[in-house]
Design a protein around this ligand. Structure first.
Ligand code: PMV
Length: 396
């Protein structure tokens, strides 16, 4: 007898960033954060979890390769889910209780390259927690469990626009994510992810946050002004006020990266190409005499841009002028390309006086065109990544 569940979960991009922990074990953030969940058609983690009395040990496969299951964060997640399931065992059937003692097989993959440097751990942990919730039939909030895998994963438990409240309790019970608005609330909001070509390996977010917490004076100032930003961006989302949303998003990204530079020794995630993207966005907004595009950067050089559907074509045309691709258009722009009615290269040249930038070829790998999307979902059994013996259908 084997019980198997397969689920998918999305990536999320913070518009008010989480940077710094008050508790490293419980993953309690120094400040609240706000994010947009991206559509799973373009970016998604998929996970199958199975339990059987035939399995000899717990095992996990990530992107086709077996990994050590003793990773403390994975263990924390499994332990917490089982604790919650046992709590409601009184009301559950005998088979449910038995399932809790069986060994577990976990198989997970992303539909996007991990090399793209996108928040794959957030989607991965959210997917694992959601699949375990379905498998053990748990009720109530699970964002706090996802948080114990990777902080930002708690926001991927919901679709649309999400706030992660830092919480006040020492045990982290109120450090949870909740939805501000579903993805359908702002139907013409679009997202472009500009994947930057780079070789450099940068400091991971866990380590980066630790050093910033210890050494940056600026971070203390940032932590004080976050509550006001959270309130204002919440309102801007409710009102679909793009100007305010965009301005807070850009300023908050700049502030987080300023704190990284204020860290000693300094951490710089942005590269020359990232900075050129920032310049291009500001020049574009100036030429439109309106804020039409917003950028934000996580712990890496890739840009995540927000804009409205009506402005995508014109902005993409500009991106191609200043970052000329060396690949064909179909490889360069991926995702929701059905919305691009004309090839992006056919358009009027922008007034160059607004753009004092020289084109640099081959500095972008590719662009993902996407939009806000829904939260995790359970998938039909035929989409399982595990076969009838509980082993991965494909390995790499
Ligand atoms: O959850 P982590 O440890 O991957 O940290 C995420 C940190 C940022 O992506 C830079 C900001 C955020 O809020 O997602």
């Amino acid at each position: 007898m084997m019980h198997c569940v397969t689920c998918s979960a999305p990536v999320n991009i913070a518009v008010v960033k989480y940077w710094g922990k008050n508790d490293e074990t419980l993953i309690l953030p120094a400040n609240s954060s706000v994010s947009v969940t991206l559509h799973q058609d373009q970016l998604q983690a998929q996970t199958s979890v199975a339990v059987s009395h035939h399995f000899e040990k717990d095992r996990i496969w990530l992107n086709g390769k077996e990994q050590c299951i003793n990773n403390p964060r994975i263990q924390n997640v499994i332990r917490e889910i089982k604790r919650r399931a046992r709590k409601r065992k009184v009301s559950s059937r005998d088979t449910d209780t038995e399932k809790l003692n069986w060994k577990i097989h976990i198989c997970s993959k992303n539909n996007f390259p991990t090399a793209a440097g996108l928040a794959s751990s957030a989607a991965g942990y959210a997917c694992l927690v959601y699949a375990l919730k379905c498998l053990y039939d748990i009720d109530g909030d699970i964002s706090a469990i996802a948080r114990c895998g990777s902080g930002s994963a708690c926001r991927s438990i919901h679709g649309g626009f999400v706030v992660w409240n830092k919480g006040e309790e020492n045990d982290g019970t109120d450090s949870i994510a909740r939805q501000i608005q579903p993805h359908t609330h702002w139907p013409d909001l679009r997202v472009l992810i500009l994947v930057v070509n780079e070789q450099k390996k940068h400091t991971g977010s866990t380590e980066g946050m630790q050093i910033t917490m210890k050494t940056s004076e600026l971070l203390q100032g940032r932590i004080r002004c976050v509550p006001d930003k959270v309130e204002k961006i919440n309102q801007a989302i409710n009102d679909r006020d793009f100007q305010t949303f965009a301005e807070i998003t850009m300023k908050d990204s700049n502030q987080m990266h300023a704190c990284c530079l204020d860290t000693y020794p300094p951490i710089s995630y942005l590269t020359d190409v990232s900075r050129r993207i920032i310049q291009l966005v500001h020049h574009f907004n100036r030429s439109c005499q309106q804020t039409k595009v917003a950028y934000t950067f996580d712990a890496g050089p890739n840009a995540c841009l927000f804009l409205l559907k009506k402005d995508v074509q014109r902005f993409l045309h500009l991106v191609k002028q200043f970052f000329p691709p060396t690949t064909e258009e179909k490889d360069f722009i991926r995702g929701k390309t059905e919305e691009l009615t004309e090839t992006v290269s056919n358009g009027n040249e922008e007034d160059r006086s607004y753009f004092p930038l020289d084109p640099v070829a081959d500095s972008l790998k590719y662009i993902i065109y996407t939009m806000p999307g829904p939260g995790p979902q359970e998938l039909p059994p035929d989409q399982s990544l595990l076969d009838k013996d509980g082993l991965p259908k494909t390995l790499s």
